[in-house]
Design a protein. Structure first.
Length: 555
């Protein structure tokens, strides 16, 4: 059984705050208290701004380096997703190793005892110090903190967000998480990089509810109005550089709503490319992951850092006293890799033991621990496409947004842009409904919902030349609105149906009198009183708490 999903967002007050009005007899004379004063537990109140600083801090990466299992996850991420950063990681580790070797040599020199009768042994040796090496260690570590730690955090959160949104769209999300995931996969904005300052052209209603900024304020502005005092400037710089280069990017950073309240934003942006390969717009998808940050979900290193920060000075002193001390040689030994340890095993202690030179095997390949270094082969960009600047461009959004369409408004409903995973020759500017299989009744209801500007989640069949029978998928359609309130474009996210296996598709129904029932677009469906293999929800969850309108059907 898979681990339970954590809530992505936090709604309402923190746990433990019972804001009930005081009874008349509980109010002391001269008091202005309306509710009971907050208990003074000595524990500082939770602050998302402070947690954000801890999340991207050097102390967080130091916590990862302290534990070999946590460091293995981090290095595995770099090797798989950021191979160019592996060289910086190795550089940092080798520099630390060199510094610890110097510290060990200083410790050995300091421990030299004077010999009676030899004055030169009484002079204390001057410790060796390499300031340039220390500077290199600091700068390489800062580089890892500034660029690679945020990428690692983003990668971890994308996995959780993708699973949560996928289950929400498919209607399989646990009840306990539905409120905390309200509005997921519905926060989008569309910007135009050809206009000065890359202004927002269209945005979804949930974007305005999440940020608290109205349509009149948002449309025509760059999205930097969401930045605030604790927003990481390096995150902003990376996003700007990627957009200028015409590349997709994902980033987790702190944003602020209109009332000044902070929220942790997982932003995913990708270029929208026309049939000539020209970037026309950028689509941005945002997810509030404040809950993941508060609960330190899937980041054991952050949880350890928070626990360490919350203990008292007396507890810290006690832990330091209980910790086993390490001398300089042990610190150096921690940095030795397997090859170096193998050399120590074979050659170490030669000055303190008798060695038979004639029988000693000096072939390093004879060691049972000898192994060749692992190779990393990277094929580069998945599609190898380049933009006019020679940079890789794919237009891919990660995680749950890997498969998406940008569909024009009704009545045309043409596919304007498509993710690389769905982009095939002829798909751009083709009618969206021509790609949908199913009964005419369901097609008509879907078309009407899109014409009414009503968000809709539907289980449909996606038709392609390679799969004329249609592949069952969930379609999550969100309207992006213009300043006038009219639908400008539809963001359609496709999620694979977990219950269907394309390798073992059920055959279409057969009537002994009339043969196969032919549905729309030549797709076999069930007519009459039977429902098509489609269930859809209009409008998402209503604001008055009523249950979502979702009609379920069976084959």
């Amino acid at each position: 059984m898979s681990a339970p999903l954590p809530p992505l967002q936090q709604r309402g007050f923190d746990d433990g705050y019972m804001l009930e009005p005081l009874n008349e007899e509980e109010i002391e004379p001269g008091s202005f208290d309306l509710v009971a004063p907050a208990p003074n537990s000595g524990v500082p109140r939770y602050s998302l701004e402070k947690r954000s600083e801890m999340l991207f801090s050097a102390e967080h990466l130091e916590m990862i380096f302290k534990d070999p299992s946590l460091l293995l996850r981090f290095t595995a991420f770099l090797g798989a997703h950021r191979p160019m950063s592996v060289a910086m990681l190795i550089y940092y580790l080798d520099a630390v190793k060199a510094l610890r070797a110097i510290e060990y040599s200083n410790a050995v020199a300091e421990a030299l005892d004077p010999i009676e009768g030899f004055d030169f042994t009484k002079r204390t040796p001057t410790p060796t110090e390499n300031l340039e090496l220390k500077l290199k260690i600091k700068e390489s570590f800062d580089q890892l903190v500034r660029e690679d730690l945020p990428a690692y955090i983003t990668h971890v959160y994308i996995q959780t967000v993708s699973m949560t949104i996928s289950r929400r769209i498919a209607g399989t999300l646990p009840i306990a998480l539905r409120q905390a995931s309200e509005g997921l996969a519905e926060v989008f904005c569309l910007s135009d990089p050809s206009r000065p300052d890359n202004p927002i052209l269209f945005s979804s209603a949930e974007f305005h509810r999440t940020t608290q900024y109205g349509v009149d304020y948002v449309i025509g502005k760059n999205c930097r109005f969401l930045q605030g005092p604790k927003t990481n400037p390096f995150s902003v710089k990376r996003i700007r550089q990627k957009i200028d280069a015409g590349q997709e990017h994902c980033e987790v950073f702190l944003n602020y709503r209109r009332d000044g309240s902070p929220f942790m934003n997982l932003l995913m942006v990708a270029p929208l490319i026309d049939s000539n390969g020209v970037i026309r717009y950028f689509i941005g998808a945002q997810v509030d992951v404040s809950g993941l940050v508060k609960d330190c979900s899937d980041l054991e290193s952050l949880q350890r850092l928070v626990d360490e920060d919350e203990i008292t000075e007396q507890q810290k002193k006690k832990l330091q006293e209980e910790a086993l001390p390490k001398d300089e040689f042990q610190e150096l030994s921690d940095m030795l890799n397997l090859s170096e340890l193998d050399i120590v095993r074979r050659w170490g202690g030669r000055m303190h033991k008798e060695v038979n030179v004639q029988t000693e095997n000096t072939d390093p390949r004879s060691s049972e621990n000898w192994s060749k270094p692992r190779l990393l082969i990277n094929s580069g960009s998945p599609d190898g496409s380049k933009n006019s600047r020679g940079l890789s461009v794919s237009g891919q959004l990660r995680g749950i947004y890997e498969n998406y369409l940008l569909v024009g408004r009704a009545p045309g409903l043409h596919i304007m842009f498509a993710s690389p995973s769905l982009r095939v020759p002829g798909i751009l500017l083709s009618p969206f409904m021509k790609k949908i299989g199913g009964s005419q009744r369901v097609r008509d209801e879907l078309t009407q919902a899109l014409a009414d500007g009503q968000g809709v989640t539907a289980k449909l069949r996606w038709i392609s030349k390679a799969d004329v029978a249609g592949r069952s998928r969930w379609f999550h359609c969100t309207p992006l609105l213009a300043q006038s309130g009219k639908v400008g474009v539809w963001m359609v996210v496709l999620v694979d149906d977990e219950d269907s296996n394309p390798r073992y598709r059920q055959p279409p129904p057969v009537d002994p009198k009339f043969g196969r029932f032919g549905g729309a677009s030549g797709i076999s469906t069930e007519d009459g009183d039977d429902r098509s293999l489609i269930s859809f929800a209009l409008g998402g969850e209503s604001r008055d708490g009523a249950a979502s309108l979702r009609s379920h059907a069976s084959t």
